[in-house]
Design a protein around this ligand. Structure first.
Ligand SMILES: C[S@@+](CC[C@H](N)C(=O)[O-])C[C@H]1O[C@@H](n2cnc3c(N)ncnc32)[C@H](O)[C@@H]1O
Length: 199
């Protein structure tokens, strides 16, 4: 299956660098067609991807067919019993948090992390404040240039949604559910959230 580049894959190398150097397990929430999962599998002892979209999971299964220790789950991460007694050293979640109820999803991610494990979210937020709009406006030209240089190809076959919560909403929810988490505005109209679960 082909590789491609878009506003989400631009963050893959830093997510790959977050894989802990030990016998580790990684969960990618909203794994889509498995492109990130396949990269994570080169560094992790075992990888699991979950997505609620049947066709995305079918494409992920095909992409990871020859990858040992890769496990695909078709289902809703919030309710899937297949994950209930599993805990992960790294959880990644790219462009997917805004598809779910914010606080419930953050609580579920906290639950699925092993003590000492890391959560890395790449997310989208809604532009609600003047600052949000100014930042988004300032990014239009550089993002267009970067997208052209990198020959970005969009989101082949992905289920997409518009974000509802602003970055301020997300900061408030994260402060409550994931105290000590760090959130930064990033290029490509994204933010990143990093959190380590206390031991
Ligand atoms: C915009 S796509 C992003 C896919 C992939 N992470 C990427 O970066 O290309 C969002 C994905 O999240 C999945 N998704 C949405 N809600 C979900 C849920 N509750 N549980 C599992 N997957 C979910 C969708 O089916 C979709 O494949």
């Amino acid at each position: 299956m082909t590789e491609y580049r878009n506003h989400n894959t631009a963050f893959h190398s830093e997510l790959l660098a977050a894989v802990p150097h030990r016998d580790n397990s990684v969960l990618d929430i909203g794994c889509g067609d498995g492109l990130l999962l396949r990269k994570l599998a080169t560094a992790a002892a075992s990888v699991t991807g979950i997505d609620s979209d049947h066709s995305a999971v079918a494409r992920a299964r095909a992409r990871l067919a020859d990858t040992p220790d890769a496990h695909l789950v078709e289902g809703d991460v919030l309710t899937s019993s297949e994950l209930d007694d599993r805990r992960f050293d790294l959880i990644t979640c790219v462009a997917t948090l805004h598809h779910m109820p914010l606080i419930i999803a953050l609580e579920r991610m906290r639950e699925l992390l092993a003590p000492g494990g890391s959560l890395r979210i790449v997310g989208l937020s809604a532009n609600k404040t003047v600052i949000d709009r100014l930042v988004a406006g300032a990014l239009v030209l550089p993002v267009r240039v970067a997208s052209t240089i990198h020959r970005e190809s969009g989101y082949p076959g992905m289920t997409t949604e518009q974000p509802r919560e602003s970055l301020a909403d997300i900061r408030r929810a994260a402060a409550m559910v994931l105290p000590g988490s760090r959130i930064h505005r990033r290029f490509y109209y994204r933010y990143t959230l990093d959190w380590t679960k206390p031991l």
